[in-house]
Design a protein around this ligand. Sequence first.
Ligand SMILES: Cc1ncc(COP(=O)(O)O)c(C=O)c1O
Length: 397
Amino acid sequence: MISKRAESLAPSETLKISARAKELQREGRSVISLSQGEPDYKTPSFICDAAIKAINDGFHGYTMNTGTPELREAICSKLRRDNGFDYTPGQIVVSNGAKQSIAFALLATINPGDEVLIPAPYWVSYPEMVKLAGGTPVIIRSAFDNDYKIKASELENTITPNTRMLILCSPSNPTGSCYTAEELGELAAVLRKHPGILVLSDEIYEYIVFDQAHASIGQAAPDLYGRIILVNGFSKGFAMTGWRLGYLAAPQAIASAVAKLQSQLTSAPSSISQKAGEAAYNGKMDEVHAMVAEFKKRRDYLVGELRSIPGVKCFMPGGAFYAYPDISGYLGKTAADGTAIDTSTDLCMYLMEKEGLAAVPGDAFGEPDGIRLSYSTSMDQLREAVSRLKKALASLQ
Ligand SMILES: Cc1ncc(COP(=O)(O)O)c(C=O)c1O
């Protein structure tokens, strides 16, 4: 009854944690979640106003399947202004979120047998999407000491004649790590030797950076322009996750192939959301900056606290709203009731059962020594979460 394709997909490991969190809440327990992947902010009001105007103006029909010309023009202006890239509106395909852009980019470029390199820790959907496209995900482990960023040598050692694509995500979900322009330049030097490899650069967290300007591989290596698929969107920077709006910018042949897929599978994204996106890119960034300043305060607090816990290591993430502490010092321990804590999933289930604290286990991201903690929540909640985390870890023997 169910296709092999659907059956081969791994269920989301985070579901187990969130299902248990909901169960505990129903039982009346207090649960604090550090597992969320979206800003705890509202979309800026001037963006909402543009959407309301679109509704009142009767902007209700299908748009061009690659997105309205005005939005694609606004995206090109943004890419020129922020990143120094020269794209034409015909190279932009607007979609129902960056997630769809990534899926369609893979469907448009990957053939059976193609290997797609995915640095770990990775965003959970990449390997499953690669498999759906018929490709083979090849995971590159990276070192904690390098803030979980891959090095040129690690990239080089993983390339085979079948390698078709490298997926980069900076700032990273789940680690918050950001590649510098110099590091991207080193990766580009390897890619230059292998002209058949495409790069999918997922820059959805671009605007949420704290310590250095965002760096994009296309800036670090303009000569790779012809093989970079740049993915971005509105979800994170403008707190617009529910509006479902993202896009890709790509060499013309790839953009056209994605447009063809999109025309048959999903048509265009919501006309109203597109008007909102246009306003976002043409408008002021004050509210985005205020949100980022608040995330920075929370990051500094959370990482400071994590570093004070014996046996926990944590580097300072440069962007997004996640910290990814190494908790391997607690693996192999036992809880007072005899529960063995052998994996990051065991630890997260324990945090949930013992203290009502929801975190995502590193097992889900291909890096089992860590857990992902989202600080997209209020300072009060964060303080309470830290206190529960400390209590739970201290109780392990
Ligand atoms: C790394 C990464 N890429 C892409 C997405 C998808 O974003 P969107 O909401 O635009 O589909 C997410 C959302 O969690 C993400 O974390």
